[in-house]
Write a protein that binds this ligand. Structure first.
Ligand code: SF4
Length: 328
C-alpha cells in the first residue's frame, strides 16, 4: 500500500513572529485559513480517492505554527482530523508542524487527546546567533526542550532545518545536524534558504547585505548533511521546498530547484565514485550500479559523466541489480 500525506495549509495566523525568511503567503500558496467544516469536506473527499487507489495517508497540518493558533480553532481542526481517522481506515495518523517555543505539556496533552502521531518542529538552526539574526524568537534550547517533551510523550518527532540563512555558515549547518542527531528525531527536513520578496531577507538581499549560499555551495553542503543523517540511520523526508509557482514568482535569490534532492544524491554518487577511482589509472571504465541509481550516477544533463571526463575518466554506466559501484 502506498503512503502519502493529505496536507492542509494553515497560513500565518498561528504565528506570533515574522521570521526573516517567511512569507507564508508565498510558501503555502494559501491566504485563507480553512474552517473545520472545510477540512472535514476535504478529508471526506480525499478518503474516497485514497480507498480507490489503495493509498494510506496521514493528515498533515502544515504552513504556519499549528499549536500557536487560537485554541478553539486548533481543537476544531484536530476534531475534524480525528473524526476522519476514526471513520476512514485510509487515514493512519495526524501530523502538524510548529515552532519549538509553542510546545508545552499542556499542548502535548491536547495533541495526544486528538490522536496526533507526529509533530515537526521548525528548528531551522541550532546556533543562537543565527536564530537571533533571523528573528526566530526562540533559542536552540527551546528546540531541545520541545524535542524532549514530544519524544517523552510518545509522539513522533520531526525536525526541520534551513541552510544559508542570514549570518549562517556551512559549519553552523553541520553543527545543527550534529545537534539534531543528539535529539534523535524520527524524520528530518532540510530546506535551503529561498529569498522571497516582501521578507526581511528580501530587503537585505536587495540592499546587497545578504546573498545566501550559492547553488554549488548548497549542493555540496546538502550532500554532507544527507550523508550525515542517513549514515546514522535518520530519515531525511524532504530536501528543498516543494515545486511552487508562487515561490518561483516571488523568489529573489537563494537555492530553489524542483529536483534538488536528485541533484544532491547525484553529487553523493559522484563523490563515492571519485573515491573509488582515486588510485586507478585514468582511462575508460564501465561502472555497474543498480538500475535505480542510474540517473543519479549519470547526473542531470550528464553532469557526473562530464565531471569525470574532465578528470580523465571516460565512464559508461550499466545496470546491475543490487550493486552500488562496481568498476570494470
Ligand atoms: S515561525 Fe514559521 S510561520 Fe512564523 S514567521 Fe517564522 S517561519 Fe513564518
Amino acid at each position: 500500500m502506498k503512503k502519502t500525506n493529505v496536507s492542509i495549509f494553515i497560513p500565518h495566523i498561528g504565528c506570533p513572529h515574522l521570521c526573516s525568511f517567511c512569507d507564508q503567503k508565498s510558501i503555502s500558496g494559501a491566504v485563507k485559513a480553512p474552517s473545520a467544516s472545510e477540512v472535514r469536506d476535504v478529508l471526506n473527499e480525499q478518503a474516497e480517492h485514497l480507498l480507490k487507489n489503495n493509498i494510506s495517508a496521514e493528515i498533515a497540518f502544515f504552513g504556519g505554527s499549528f499549536t500557536a493558533i487560537e485554541r478553539g480553532y486548533m481543537e476544531s481542526l484536530l476534531d475534524a482530523a480525528k473524526s476522519a481517522v476514526d471513520k476512514f481506515p485510509a487515514y493512519t495518523g495526524i501530523r502538524c508542524s510548529t515552532r519549538p517555543d509553542c510546545i508545552s505539556e499542556e499542548i502535548i496533552d491536547i495533541l495526544k487527546r486528538y490522536g496526533v502521531t507526529a509533530v515537526e518542529l521548525g528548528a531551522q538552526s541550532m546556533n543562537d546567533e543565527v536564530l537571533k539574526a533571523n528573528e526566530r524568537g526562540h533559542t536552540a534550547d527551546d528546540v531541545r526542550n520541545a524535542s524532549n517533551l514530544i519524544k517523552s510523550s510518545g509522539i513522533e518527532l520531526g525536525l526541520q532545518m534551513m541552510t544559508g540563512l542570514y549570518r549562517d555558515t556551512p559549519e553552523n549547518c553541520l553543527y545543527t545536524a550534529d545537534e539534531f542527531i543528539k535529539l534523535s528525531p524520527k524524520t528530518v527536513r532540510i530546506y535551503p534558504t529561498v529569498i522571497l520578496k516582501n521578507t526581511k531577507l528580501g530587503k537585505l538581499f536587495e540592499s546587497g547585505e545578504f546573498k545566501s549560499f550559492s547553488f554549488e555551495e548548497t549542493v555540496e553542503l546538502c550532500a554532507k548533511l544527507l550523508r550525515k543523517f542517513t549514515e546514522k540511520g535518520f530519515r531525511v523526508i524532504r530536501l528543498g521546498l516543494h515545486a511552487s509557482a508562487d515561490v518561483e514568482r516571488d523568489m529573489l535569490g537563494g537555492t530553489y530547484h524542483p529536483a534538488l534532492r536528485e541533484i544532491v544524491e547525484s553529487r553523493i554518487f559522484l563523490e563515492d565514485l571519485q573515491m573509488r577511482l582515486f588510485d586507478m589509472e585514468k582511462g575508460k571504465y564501465t561502472v555497474y550500479t543498480d538500475p535505480k541509481n542510474i540517473s543519479k550516477a549519470v547526473g542531470q544533463k550528464k553532469s557526473n559523466i562530464n565531471a569525470l571526463a574532465e578528470l580523465g575518466y571516460e565512464i559508461k554506466f550499466r545496470p546491475m541489480t543490487g550493486e552500488y559501484i562496481l568498476i570494470v
